[in-house]
Design a protein around this ligand. Structure first.
Ligand code: FEO
Length: 158
């Protein structure tokens, strides 16, 4: 039994769950007629699946029997797009916390995982920066619809 590989399996599931959460957010954005945000969140959702599958490949390579677990129903009712982005940003901070925890554990227990998880540490810098920037831009727009539509138009090109 390897505690660190169990943690990685747990994280793989959390990455799939992240995809599910962002997909529901994309559907919400689509419902409120912000197709750029929907496109951006759909891309984010697909990225999370890639993160999970990269972990799955690794777990299989080291001979671990990876398992999928159940996940919670994602939140679907948001007040506005600002709440979506804030929730997503908080979610990414939680992902970072969990990745760091795995890295700390792996440093002593399993050098293979320690090396593997470095990519995710770097990736989280980018993930948090994306949501941080979006949060700042939404704060500046301050609920102004014309500003929101300009931003929405930009997000279509992710
Ligand atoms: Fe896979 Fe957005 O962290």
């Amino acid at each position: 039994m390897s505690k660190v590989l169990d943690k990685l399996n747990e994280q793989m599931n959390f990455e799939y769950e992240s995809a599910y959460i962002y997909k529901q957010m994309a559907m919400y954005a689509d419902d409120i007629d912000l197709p750029g945000f929907a496109h951006w969140l759909n891309a984010q959702s697909r990225e999370e699946i890639e993160h999970a599958e990269k972990m799955l490949d690794f777990l299989q390579d080291v001979g671990y029997e990876a398992k999928l677990t159940g996940m919670s129903e994602p939140k679907a009712d948001y007040e506005n797009i600002e709440e979506v982005v804030k929730t997503a940003f908080d979610h990414e901070k939680e992902v970072t916390r969990r990745i760091n925890e795995i890295a700390d554990l792996a440093r002593e227990e399993d050098k293979r995982v320690y090396s593997f998880i470095q990519w995710y540490i770097d990736e989280q810098v980018e993930e948090e920066a994306n949501f941080d920037q979006l949060t700042t831009r939404l704060e500046r727009i301050n609920g102004n619809w014309s500003g929101l539509y300009i931003l929405d138009g930009e997000l279509k090109h992710r």
